[in-house]
Write a protein of this length. Structure first.
Length: 671
């Protein structure tokens, strides 16, 4: 217990025993039973009012959403929102916000979806409605999943499951869906075995569950897993079981999805007729029930099946049908897949110009998707900043209200109150100062990220655009290999820059988990050297290794590799043709010192003081562009692993960068 807690206890003691009555404000909470109001009946005490009409519009919107008619669903949801807003029905407005978010998610408009689900979450929290928070967190998880932010999606799905299991009054029975969602994130993440464990956990709960959708979802996911693992018999058994249950409960969207998955299975096994039959069934059922997304998806896979058989004309017909739906309904990710598919089809048909046009459209759509993801991350950072400021303001407001309520008791506790106020004020300003520094660091990180994205990545992206333009001018033959060889360094540099950018952003936002373990320093240096040997050979640079034998250090291998990779890459970049680079290790007390010395251009004396601040930019001996981020990142990571980074440099002669890393005393073998 700290000093602040002691003072607060003393003040509370005097207030409790020295006063007759203390008045606290009411804590109003929403009733979770109001969920049924949206679905059936009024339930609010009003007879015929805007709330009743709002419920009618909401119900129609859900019907259109379930049938896949998103435009009509959004129209009814927006009108329901306006009607509920008239009577300020907070819970109903939150429900509508969640359904609008799901509609935008269905359209692939993840940024708009995120804004609406955050509004719904805010209202559910204000109403203290744990029951509905489950659905909102689960919905936000699917949105973050769609943005490929698997970490955020997984955190939200786990939070949903935790809330469900900790709330003993909850009986919505959707635990199978929550467990399956966690498994699906791991499956997309490539961690198949962890995914399978969650699917089996869900399967173990099937017998006690009455959630038919959750049961069918479990079998569908197990079928997908078994198909991925080549367990054909089990895969088909699970997919057919899922399809039958979806059909029994009249969930025709689920039936369509099963037909598509079964068709993919047959196509992968070379049973093209069986695959075509399944895809045609999915198309027929999606048309009957008006689900445009399933229809477009089924046509896309049918075109893929035709491509595998070499039926290019039929593949073109199905692909164009899918594209027409996808463009009209703004299914951006599916449209990107279709442009890629059409590029292959047109090239196979000898229509090179159209193939290039499709490839350009694919790049443009993918760029829009990536820009939307970047914008989301930008908004998340801004939202976190605003929420932190709001939290500080609320904290101050609560303190002021508390002081006003207790003014009448000053005669009892004047000495203790003065002392307590001094400590509270001091603590408050210390906390405010710390939070301000954290927020400023986050804002600086955000500004740096977007500065690099906006400026340093524009040139390589422009270069790639030039490549597309060159390909467009070719009338008869596309020289893919020659162009790729020319632009390979641009792409590699862009990827390296993005990799450094993501690691640096995580480090600045405190999201890097350092996991030290025993690492063979020699193996790490030699393996990384092999990766970069090609770049050195391109410039006829000699890389010499002078390593102590059997050196084992204790550090996070990924961070250690990132430091060495960046320093070696820099040495190659700033060393001219025919130069030398010497990598050596030396024991110093309880650390190993790694040195990378080059015979390159060196660093100007005027720039050496800012080399680790990310503000110095320069070009390599072959005009390789840097973002000024690599050395700053290496410096921060060296400190994170328990070491340090420093350098010496003479302009025109070369540079030597050294960093230290702790030795593993227990495992270090004598030389």
């Amino acid at each position: 217990m700290n000093t602040l807690d002691v003072v607060c206890l003393i003040i509370a003691f005097f207030l409790f025993f020295g006063c007759d009555r203390v008045i606290f404000p009411d804590n109003q909470k929403g009733s979770p039973d109001q969920e049924t109001v949206i679905i059936s009946g009024n339930g609010s005490g009003h007879e015929e009012n805007s709330g009743t009409s709002g419920r009618i519009y909401y119900k129609k919107g859900k019907n259109f959403y379930n049938s896949g008619n998103i435009d009509s669903a959004l129209w009814y949801f927006n009108h329901a929102y306006e009607l509920f807003e008239v009577d300020n029905e907070m819970l109903q407005i939150a429900h509508v916000e969640r359904m609008i978010a799901m509609s935008y998610w269905n359209r692939g408009l993840y940024l708009d979806a995120l804004k609406h689900i955050d509004e719904a979450l805010w209202r559910y929290k204000e109403l203290d409605s744990t029951r509905f928070l489950l659905a909102a967190y689960n919905t936000k998880g699917t949105i973050m999943w769609g943005l490929s932010d698997y970490k955020a999606a997984l955190d939200l799905f786990i939070k949903t499951l935790y809330l469900y299991e900790s709330d003993t009054t909850n009986n919505n029975g959707h635990i199978l869906r929550y467990v399956n969602n966690i498994g699906m994130v791991y499956l997309d993440w490539g961690d198949d075995e962890t995914a399978y464990n969650y699917f089996k956990q869900a399967e173990a709960k099937v017998k006690e569950s009455s959630d038919s959708v959750g049961i069918a979802y479990t079998w569908l996911n197990l079928g997908i897993y078994y198909e991925k693992k080549g367990r054909s018999f089990e895969a088909m058994e699970m997919l057919n079981r899922a399809k039958k249950l979806y059909n029994d409960i009249s969930d025709y969207n689920g039936v369509c999805l099963c037909d598509i998955r079964i068709g993919e299975f047959y196509s992968g096994k070379g049973d093209y007729l069986g695959a075509e039959k399944s895809f045609q069934e999915a198309i027929k059922r999606s048309e009957q029930h008006g689900n445009k997304h399933r229809n477009a998806f089924a046509h896309y896979h049918l075109a893929e099946n035709d491509l595998l058989q070499g039926h290019y004309s039929r593949a073109l017909e199905n692909s164009l049908i899918s594209l027409d739906i996808s463009e009209n309904e703004h299914y951006k990710e599916l449209s990107s897949l279709l442009y890629s598919q059409l590029s292959i089809i047109y090239e196979s048909l000898g229509e090179i110009q159209k193939a290039l046009e499709m490839k350009k459209k694919e790049i443009a759509v993918q760029s829009d998707i990536n820009n939307a993801k970047i914008e989301v991350q930008h908004n998340i950072l801004d939202l976190a900043y605003r929420n932190q400021l709001k939290e500080n303001e609320n904290y101050q407001l609560r303190k002021e209200n508390l002081l006003k309520q207790k003014t009448i008791y000053l005669q009892y506790v004047v000495v203790f109150l003065v002392l307590g106020l001094l400590i509270l004020i001091l603590s408050f300003y210390i906390r405010m100062g710390k939070r301000k520094k954290e927020l400023q660091a986050a804002v600086r990180a955000k500004d740096k990220i977007f500065s690099i994205v906006a400026h340093d990545l524009r040139s390589p992206v422009g270069a790639l655009n030039n490549m597309i333009e060159i390909l467009s001018d070719e009338k008869n033959k596309i020289k893919y290999r020659q162009l790729l060889k020319e632009y390979k360094p641009v792409i590699a540099a862009s990827f390296s820059m993005l990799d450094n950018l993501l690691v640096w952003a995580k480090a600045n936002l405190g999201k890097i988990n350092v996991s030290p373990r025993s690492v063979s320093l020699n193996d790490l240096i030699e393996d990384t050297g092999i990766v970069y040997s090609f770049h050195a050979e391109q410039k006829n640079i000699t890389v010499m290794l002078d390593l102590e034998p059997e050196t084992v250090v204790y550090a996070d291998k990924v961070l250690l590799e990132t430091i060495f990779r960046n320093l070696l890459s820099n040495a190659i970049k700033f060393t001219g043709t025919g130069g030398t680079i010497r990598v050596s290790t030396q024991r110093h007390q309880d650390s190993e010192i790694v040195s990378i010395a080059d015979s390159g251009v060196g660093i100007p004396a005027s720039a050496q003081s800012s080399i680790f601040k990310g503000t110095f930019h320069s070009y390599g001996t072959r005009n390789e562009r840097g973002a000024g981020l690599g050395l700053m990142l290496c410096k921060e990571l060296a400190v994170l692993i328990g070491g340090d980074l420093w350098f010496t440099s003479i302009e025109g002669t070369g540079s030597t960068f050294r960093f230290s890393v702790p030795c593993d005393q227990g495992n270090r073998k004598p030389g």
